[in-house]
Design a protein around this ligand. Sequence first.
Ligand code: FNR
Length: 386
Amino acid sequence: PPLSQVLSVLEMEEIARKLISYKALMYYSSAADDEITGRENIRAFGRLYFHARVMRPISHCDPSTTILGYKSSLPLFVSGAALAKLGHPLGEANITRGAGRCGLIQMVSSNASLSYASIAEAALSLRTTHPNIPPTTLFFQLYKHKTDSIAIERIREVERLGYKAIFLTVDAPVPGNRERDIKAPFVIEAQEAEAEAKGGKEAPLVNKDDDEEISRTGTAGALIQNDDRDMSWGRTIPWLRSVTKLPIVVKGIQCVEDAVLAAEAGVDGIVISNHGGRQLEYSLPSIDVLYRLRKQRPDVFNKIEVYMDGGVRRGTDVVKALCLGAKAVGMGRPFLYAQSAYGEAGVVKAIRLLEREITTGMRLLGATKVSELVPEMVEQVSWEPL
Ligand code: FNR
């Protein structure tokens, strides 16, 4: 269907599901075990209802904000997700350019299927094609290699390329058990060969289908097999601070206690996230963790920026998270599907749809700027919606 007829990111996902390869669909959509957390991330938003305020002037509504001090046109960013090329030949560049055109920040995955340099170039290319938009901000999602010196090389590379923050992923010391992904045959090699034939080593994958560990752990196992399994608050955060001056955000906080420890460890922010339900099955839905953090430890929100991702599909989801104190929210799969189905234009469209939904939600709730979204505006209900 033409893009003009697509009305929501959920619709775009449905379209992409019919277009992409079986492997891409299994890799993108899968979550751990029985995919309970994967589903509940989305459903948990359905247990939060608004207390809308009326008779407030809302003709002017500004949903923009800052993330780590960088301007963002919406309280929304792209969460780092690997292997965009599985869904579309231009891969991450679609997301970089689409997000950049709309003033959104992209967190680039350590396991992107384009090199970090190509992605930085895609961001720069907007200066030529769209001279009127402000410079694009990129953040970097770090999977820390078990060897410190190799991790440092990676950090230096993205610093040189102008990435503005390090999002250290901490919820994946081992791969989650994603059975649908494990069952789907591995097809990265063909793409690798293609990239190499063109002279660039674009895909960072070197694994063979017959590798036993990988056939047991799927794509995730292949991608993170050399990562540090022994990270700790006491060692890893001070180490990272000593290595880089960039802001540090910890991605993958799944309970109130760890949010408090992160704030004490002196990081700049946290992403409440369970990796889209792909890591620990029965990890609480992210929005529920945010709800608890807001209730139990409101002080944390004054010390660090708190973000969340997982299950955000509608503008009202974004608004709910902001009411509960999130500075911004991330989305993973929706951008993968948008670029798979429609390339860069799909990403732009997804963001425009979300922008419309966010401002409509804010207006009907009686808020005209993000600072007016407060906890009193949402209530958690115990009954399940129909
Ligand atoms: C991810 N995610 C992820 N996270 C990360 O830190 N590094 C990575 O390389 C990846 N790769 C990745 C691939 C795919 C296909 C998915 C779906 C997810 C997790 C991602 O950053 C984010 O936390 C979730 O996607 C958020 O949930 P939603 O928005 O997909 O529901």
